[in-house]
Design a protein around this ligand. Structure first.
Ligand code: SF4
Length: 513
């Protein structure tokens, strides 16, 4: 089937034909199926920022668990100097490489590698750097999105075989499952091929025809930040994802979108559209309303800036016009408030930034988001004031995007709304209120709808932009704060500690009883 499809593609020279589209998807799936589970690989280099290290030690100490430092810190590949390339360790048990047994075969993971690094690597293996364009095309352009080097159909056979012997393009992820909610939101589950564990991403289609589809990606397996309202936090941090694994979540979202697009067009029949003289792409766009994956948010599992090297590389690849070509204002990294990493991200990346604020006083924020004990509101807001409006490559983002999860009786008072307005008087920003999705064992509940509307109206009445984000995908646990499977992490017990409610709140509750 693969060979037939490839032959058709070569014969027709049609880049975005249905055959090629299906070919790319099938071969990608084939590659995913064929990829064998591999052994765990532990990070061996620890050059984490001081904050990360300190938080990691605190986390490990709180757990009382014997946790190797390397397990909690950004992975080795994230810290390689420019010119060195990340290596994917794959165990091919008697596979096509003829390795046999558990012999480990080190291959370079090309996905997630910046274009300039790919050029350098190609030169190192004796190839023309300009071939990076071909490779980028096959990894990232619509209708291609291959997960196996051998599917790069118009690349010479010799180059293909050479690449296949040295490199992978599957992003070190194996897709396990896709679950679709009634509202069309998809939760996609992936196994990490380089060390075990399962991560999730969420694809959120637009509510309106022709609207934007957003993919919410994970950057870590679990998270060390221990936000008290978050389901993922219960896992603790198990490992960082590589740039390849982050980028692959986006690539796969595009594959799924193309598959839906194809199915939609096929179901409607193509003959009528054949007569209108429009291009294949135009006809597909007509049938599906033109939806493509156009937005990426780093709001899945993990604190992205706790894995900043891999995230910086992934964002660079996502924004590269020679590859996936997302707009700068359509790729947003969301952070709980790691101040030094925020400053670095704003200096080095052209992606957008969102900050998960969730409280207007240090008392409450330090309770529900322990990172606030390290970087309190004054420090966080001070750093943002110093960097917004953004300069240089970030000029497209003039304001800070603040997310604010609405928690009943915790952060939803009129005084909180007034404090948000006070923040907006000192910093160009806008707020997005988020419905809290409750989960098993949570001590929090979402504010009721009337409270949220009144809160929003109070902020807007003061002249500040404030919107409400609708909850999507909650019946498949694909909504904000619902990713992860703490119960599946049997080897990662006990769960991170619960933080004590502030004394003032406890006294108020006792008085109310
Ligand atoms: S809300 Fe985000 S930063 Fe906080 S624990 Fe959950 S995943 Fe981590």
């Amino acid at each position: 089937m693969n060979a037939t499809a490839a032959a058709l593609v070569r014969a027709n020279g049609v880049v975005a034909s249905a055959v090629r589209r299906r070919h790319a998807m099938l071969t990608s799936r084939g590659a995913l199926r064929e990829r064998r589970p591999v052994g765990r690989r532990r990070a061996s280099i620890s050059t984490a920022a001081a904050l990360s290290a300190e938080m990691d030690r605190e986390e490990a100490s709180r757990r009382g668990a014997a946790v190797a430092d390397a397990d909690l810190r950004p992975s080795a590949r994230a810290h390689l100097p420019v010119g060195e390339v990340p290596r994917s360790v794959a165990t091919e048990a008697g596979g096509e490489t003829g390795g046999g047994g558990d012999r480990a075969l080190a291959k370079v993971s090309l996905k997630g590698m910046r274009y300039a690094d790919l050029e350098r690597w190609l030169a190192e293996i004796g190839e023309k750097p300009s071939r990076a364009t071909q490779v980028f095309n096959w990894m990232y352009r619509p209708g291609k999105l291959v997960a196996d080097v051998r599917d790069m159909a118009d690349v010479s056979a010799a180059f293909r075989e050479k690449l296949a012997s040295l490199a992978t393009v599957d992003g070190d992820l194996e897709m396990r499952d896709v679950r679709t909610s009634a509202d069309g939101t998809k939760k996609v589950t992936y196994a990490l091929a380089n060390g075990g564990g399962v991560v999730e991403s969420v694809i959120i289609p637009s509510n309106v025809p022709g609207g934007r589809t957003t993919v919410c990606v994970s950057s870590q397996l679990g998270c060390a930040m221990n936000c008290q309202f978050c389901f993922t936090a219960k896992m603790g941090l198990r490992r960082n994802l590589t740039a390849a694994q982050i980028v692959e979540q986006v690539v796969h979202a595009r594959r799924l979108a193309e598959a839906d697009d194809e199915a939609s067009w096929s179901a409607g029949g193509g003959e009528e559209e054949e007569e209108d003289g429009t291009s294949t792409a135009t006809r597909r766009r007509t049938r599906t309303g033109g939806e493509v994956v156009s937005n990426v948010v780093f709001m899945g599992m993990g604190e992205p800036l706790h894995n900043i090297d891999a995230v910086l590389a992934a964002v660079d690849v996502l924004l590269d016009d020679r590859g996936l070509g997302f707009s700068k204002n359509k790729v947003t990294v969301s952070t709980s408030g790691l101040v030094p990493e925020i400053e670095r991200y704003l200096a080095e990346s052209q992606g957008s930034l969102a900050v998960s604020l969730n409280a207007t006083t240090d008392e409450i924020r330090s309770w529900i988001m322990p990172i606030n004990r390290k970087y309190n509101l004054e420090r966080l807001l001070g750093a943002l004031r110093a960097n917004f409006p953004r300069r240089d490559g970030g000029r497209h983002q003039r304001e800070v995007f603040f997310e604010y999860i609405m928690l009943e009786g915790v952060n939803d008072s009129a005084e909180d709304a007034d404090r948000l307005v006070a923040i907006a008087r000192t910093l160009p920003c806008k707020f997005n209120l988020i419905y809290f999705n409750t989960h098993d064992g949570s001590e929090f509940r979402c504010s009721d709808r009337e409270t949220i509307l009144a809160f929003r109206d109070r902020v807007v009445a003061a002249g500040v932009t404030c919107t409400i984000r609708q909850s999507r995908g909650d019946e498949e646990a694909a909504a904000c704060g619902q990713l992860g499977s703490p119960d599946a992490m049997e080897d990662w017990k006990p769960s991170p500690p619960r933080m004590k409610r502030p004394k003032r709140l406890r006294e108020m509750e006792m008085e109310a009883q």
